[in-house]
Design a protein around this ligand. Structure first.
Ligand code: NAD
Length: 374
C-alpha cells in the first residue's frame, strides 16, 4: 500500500510537471518540486525533527489542500535521504541543526514546524523567527511560561506567526461539544473532569530526561487535560491545587512527574478535576457537566476517532485526520487571517505553560496557587 501511495504521489507530480510550465529546466524531479508547487496560498513547510510525530505530520500533510512539505531540518543524514526520496524534497531545502539559520535566504519555505524534544523548542523557534519564517511549535511550546513568552516576543519582533500544534482545536467532535456549551444546550457549566495518561516504556527516552522534556507526564500528556479544561469550560482558571504520587522514583527521577492530580477553579465557580500520569493505561477521557446536560468524550484527545456521548445522544461529527485539518487551518490563519474557534497562537500556549508552572508550584508547596491568565 505504501509503495502504491508513493507511486501515485510521484505520478501526480509528473502529471503536474507536464501541465504546469516551469521557468527553469530541472534535472531531477525532487530538486524541482518547489518550482511547480509555488502558490501564494500554499503554505510551504519544513519539518524540524524527523521522529515519530514528525513522521505522522508529514504523512498527514500529503492530503492537505493548501500545505506542502517542502523541506526538512534534521541531524540524521540517513533520515534526510529517506524523506527526500519519499516526499520529493529538494536538496537545497534540507538543513541540519547547525546551519538552519540559512533558511532565511530560502524563498521556497514559508514556515518551520518544530517537532523536537520539548526543551529544544524555545531556541529553535527563536532561530526560525530570526530567519523570518513562520514558526509552528509542538506542544508543550516550551518548558515554562517565561520561555514560552520569549518565543512569543521573538515571533512578534520578527513579524511572523507562532502557532502551537493544538490539533484538538480543529477536531469536529470537540468543536461540536464546544458549540453545545456555547449555545447554552448544556445550561450553566458546573464541572469538568479530564483524565490523561498512558504507561510509558523505555526508561532511556528523552521524555524521561528532564533536560530535554522539562517534566514528565504533565508536559507530555497532562497538558491535554489542562488545555481541554480551558476549551471545554470556556473560561480561564483562577486557581490551582495539585498533588503528586510517585511509585517508581528510579524510573521517574527528580524533575519527572509520574502521576499528578490537580484541580482548577474558574471565575464562574466551575471546578475541574484532572489526572496526568505516565503510569496508567486507557486514560483519555473528558467529561463536562452542566445544569441542563453533559458531554463525555472517550477517547478525547487520541489520534482518533474521537468518540463522544451527550445527554442528547452520540457525537457523530466526521472522522478526520487531525494533523491534516490542523495544517490546512493553519495555512488559513497565516494567509487569510482566519480566527480559529479556539486559538492556537503563542499566547494560548503561554497560558498552558503558566498553569503547568502553577501546578508544579502547588505540588511543591502544597498550597492553592492563584493564576492570572486574562
Ligand atoms: P521522537 O523522539 O519520536 O522524535 C524527536 C525527534 O527530535 C527525533 O527525530 C530526534 O532525532 C530529534 N532530536 C533533535 N535533537 C534531539 C536531541 N537533542 N535529543 C533527542 N532527540 C532530538 O519524539 P516525538 O514523539 O516525535 O515528539 C516530538 C515533539 O512532538 C514533542 O514536543 C512532543 O510533545 C510532540 N508530540 C506531539 C503530539 C501531538 O499529538 N500533538 C504527539 C506526539 C508528540
Amino acid at each position: 500500500m505504501e509503495t502504491r501511495r508513493i507511486f501515485l504521489q510521484k505520478a501526480s507530480l509528473s502529471a503536474m510537471a507536464l501541465t504546469v510550465p516551469t521557468l527553469t529546466p530541472f534535472t531531477a524531479m525532487a530538486d524541482s518540486i518547489s518550482e511547480f508547487t509555488r502558490d501564494e496560498k500554499t503554505l510551504r513547510v519544513a519539518i524540524m525533527g524527523l521522529g515519530s510525530y514528525g513522521t505522522r505530520v508529514a504523512e498527514a500533510i500529503q492530503t492537505c489542500k493548501r500545505v506542502k512539505l517542502v523541506g526538512v531540518i534534521s541531524g540524521t543524514p540517513s533520515k534526510v535521504l529517506t524523506w527526500r526520496e519519499k516526499y520529493g524534497i529538494p536538496e537545497k531545502n534540507c538543513y541540519n541543526y547547525e546551519n538552519f539559520d540559512a533558511i532565511k535566504d530560502n524563498p521556497d519555505i514559508d514556515a518551520v514546524y518544530v517537532i523536537t524534544p520539548n526543551a529544544l523548542h524555545k531556541d529553535q523557534v527563536i532561530r526560525v523567527a530570526k530567519a523570518g519564517k513562520h514558526a509552528i511549535s509542538e506542544k508543550p511550546m516550551a518548558v515554562n511560561a517565561a520561555d514560552g513568552q520569549a518565543m512569543v516576543d521573538a515571533c512578534n519582533a520578527a513579524g511572523v506567526h507562532l502557532l502551537i500544534g493544538y490539533r484538538m482545536h480543529f477536531e469536529p467532535n470537540t468543536l461540536e461539544a464546544i458549540r453545545m456549551r456555547k449555545s447554552g444546550e448544556l445550561g450553566d457549566i458546573r464541572f469538568f473532569q479530564g483524565l490523561s495518561g498512558f504507561t510509558i516504556g523505555d526508561p532511556t527516552q528523552w521524555r524521561l530526561n528532564p533536560e530535554l522534556s522539562g517534566g514528565g507526564a504533565m508536559m507530555d500528556i497532562g497538558i491535554y487535560s489542562i488545555n481541554g479544561a480551558r476549551y471545554m469550560v470556556g473560561e480561564e482558571p483562577i486557581w490551582v491545587t495539585a498533588q503528586e504520587v510517585k511509585t517508581n522514583p528510579e524510573k521517574f527521577k527528580e524533575g519527572i512527574d509520574e502521576t499528578i492530580t490537580f484541580q482548577l477553579g474558574f471565575p464562574s465557580g466551575v471546578i475541574a478535576s484532572c489526572l496526568s500520569t505516565y503510569n496508567m493505561n486507557n486514560l483519555d477521557r473528558f467529561y463536562l457537566n452542566g445544569s441542563k446536560g453533559w458531554v463525555e468524550m472517550q477517547p478525547s484527545t487520541g489520534y482518533g476517532p474521537i468518540k463522544g456521548m451527550t445527554h442528547k445522544g452520540p457525537l457523530d461529527e466526521p472522522i478526520v485526520t487531525h494533523q491534516t485539518v490542523q495544517m490546512d487551518e493553519m495555512a488559513a490563519i497565516i494567509f487569510d487571517g482566519k480566527k480559529p474557534e479556539v486559538p492556537v497562537d503563542g499566547e494560548e500556549g503561554v497560558k498552558d505553560m503558566k498553569i503547568i508552572d502553577a501546578i508544579f508550584k502547588a505540588v511543591k508547596t502544597g498550597e492553592k496557587v492563584t493564576l492570572s491568565l486574562t
